[in-house]
Ligand binder design. Sequence first.
Ligand code: 4NP
Length: 154
Amino acid sequence: MVKVIFVCLGNICRSPMAEAVFRDMVEKEGLADKIQIDSAATSTWEQGNPVHKGTVDRLAKENISTKGMFSRTLEDKDLDYDYIVGMDESNIKNIKKFVAGRESGQIKMLLEYAGDKSSIADPWYTGDFDKTYQDVLRGTRALLEVIKGDLRNG
Ligand code: 4NP
C-alpha cells in the first residue's frame, strides 16, 4: 500500500480537489486497493467545513464528487503517509514545521512531480478554480506515474 496525503492551508479548495481528482484517476486505473488517499489542512481555520463550492462545481463538470469530505487539520498519525504533498511553498514550510524533524514520508509540492517548481495558486484568493483544476490534474497525473513506478518495484 502506498499512502498519499494532499495538504493545503484550509483543506477546502486545493487539497480536497487533489484528493478527489487523484482518487478518481486511481480508481479508473484499477489501483484503488493499492493506494490510500487523504487530504488535510495546515491550519484549523476550516475544521469540519465542507469542500468550497468553487471546487465542488469545477469537479462536477468532470463527474467527480466530493460528497462526505470535510476539512481537518494535519495530525501526528499523518506522518505515516509515504507522500505528503503540499500545494505551495507556504504549505511546505508549515508541513516541515509540523513534522519538526520527525520521521515522515516525502514532502514536496504537487507540481514538483511534473518537473515544475511552481505553486498551485489558491483559488480562495484568485477565484480561478479552473486554473487550479488544470494544475492539480497535471500534478496528480505525474504523481501517479511516480507511484506506479513504486508499485512495480514493490
Ligand atoms: P485552500 O484555500 O488552502 O486551498 O483550502 C483556502 C481556504 C480557506 C482559507 C484560505 C485558503 N481561509 O483563509 O480560511
